[in-house]
Design a protein around this ligand. Structure first.
Ligand SMILES: Nc1nc2c(ncn2[C@@H]2O[C@H](COP(=O)(O)OP(=O)(O)OP(=O)(O)O)[C@@H](O)[C@H]2O)c(=O)[nH]1
Ligand SMILES: [Mg+2]
Length: 290
């Protein structure tokens, strides 16, 4: 039996969350075309006949600008500390020198597999160039080109991961998929719709907290707060005559219903908390623990 922690680390938007979902076969981590979508470390388990992999998706590595960013980078650091194997994830179109500088700066203490994602977007010779460039780098014990969204070459990646795992018994119950509470994922699905529906700064000024989760006989009742930093942002989320919040509510409810495989009654409130991204007690309240 092999088991261990495999943590996915890389720049924002590289496709880390898409990979987690593809490997697990469930949509657990939210995905968007915008950077800095993921804010928490998200653990998910993959069980095979003779292995258990505890994958962690993490926020993209950035230079922190405010306390929320610092929390996000703490999630990355904690993932680096308990990893048995790191998946260093890169968009294969990114600049190799820049990626190299970033991966070197991480000073990883464990084996890392370089995962070159979005290979579906480039010609074969780019893959060859990447392998030639990264081959022999000190942090790199293997290089695997994949497409997370097209699920290409994931079997090769998985085989390589399993071979790199230490021997040991499973850490978690084999019926479990994740150790995060269901209500967390419901909040995330609402946040994903905010990323989808609103441009510019709004997704970055907002967070979501599920305040009620009640399983009734025929449906699940969920209440959630969307927290923004200013009244003007609240007005944008509500939209003229409430048109945007209505749209957001419908889309969120549908995706939560799909996730929970149940009928859902969803109530959303928009609240303004000045500068919540820089306020310790607000961050804690909204689930961004130190
Ligand atoms: N063409 C292509 N697009 C991909 C692939 N994998 C992910 N994407 C897209 O890249 C974008 C970012 O994907 P995410 O999975 O959210 O990226 P991430 O690394 O988790 O991003 P952060 O959470 O912001 O750090 C989304 O629009 C995905 O659909 C891939 O293999 N090929
Ligand atoms: Mg992500």
């Amino acid at each position: 039996m092999r088991s261990g922690f495999v943590n996915i680390i890389g720049k924002p938007n590289a496709g880390k969350s898409t990979l987690l979902n593809a490997l697990i076969g469930e949509k657990l981590a939210i995905v968007s075309s915008k950077v800095q979508t993921t804010r928490h470390r998200i653990r998910a388990f993959l069980n095979g006949p003779d292995y258990q992999i505890v994958f962690s998706d993490t926020p993209g590595v950035i230079e922190p600008k405010y306390k929320l960013h610092e929390r996000m980078m703490e999630a990355v650091r904690s993932s680096m500390e308990d990893a048995d194997v790191c998946l260093l994830m890169a968009d294969i179109r990114d600049d190799f020198e820049e990626l190299d500088a970033m991966f070197t700066a991480l000073s990883l203490k464990v084996k890392a597999i370089l995962v070159l994602n979005k290979s579906d977007m480039v010609k074969q010779n780019r893959v060859g160039e990447a392998i030639a460039f990264f081959n022999g780098k000190s942090y790199c014990s293997g290089i695997i080109p994949i497409s997370a969204s097209k699920k290409q070459n994931l079997d090769v990646l998985l085989d390589k991961i399993i071979l790199s795992l230490p021997e040991g018994e499973p850490f978690y119950d084999q019926d479990e998929l994740t150790d995060m509470p269901t209500r967390f994922f419901c909040g995330e699905l609402i946040r994903e719709k905010i990323f989808e529906l609103f441009d510019e700064e709004i997704p970055y000024q907002a967070t979501v907290m599920v305040t009620r989760f009640e399983e009734k006989t025929t449906l699940i009742k969920i209440s959630a707060d969307i927290i923004v930093q200013r009244e003007s942002q609240k007005a944008i989320i509500l939209g003229a005559g409430g048109i945007m919040i209505k749209k957001l509510g419908t889309l969120s409810r549908q995706s939560i219903e799909q996730f929970l495989d149940s009928k859902v009654f969803l109530e959303i409130f928009v609240r303004v908390r000045n500068n919540w991204r820089n306020n310790e007690s607000h961050l804690k309240e909204y689930g961004y623990h130190a």
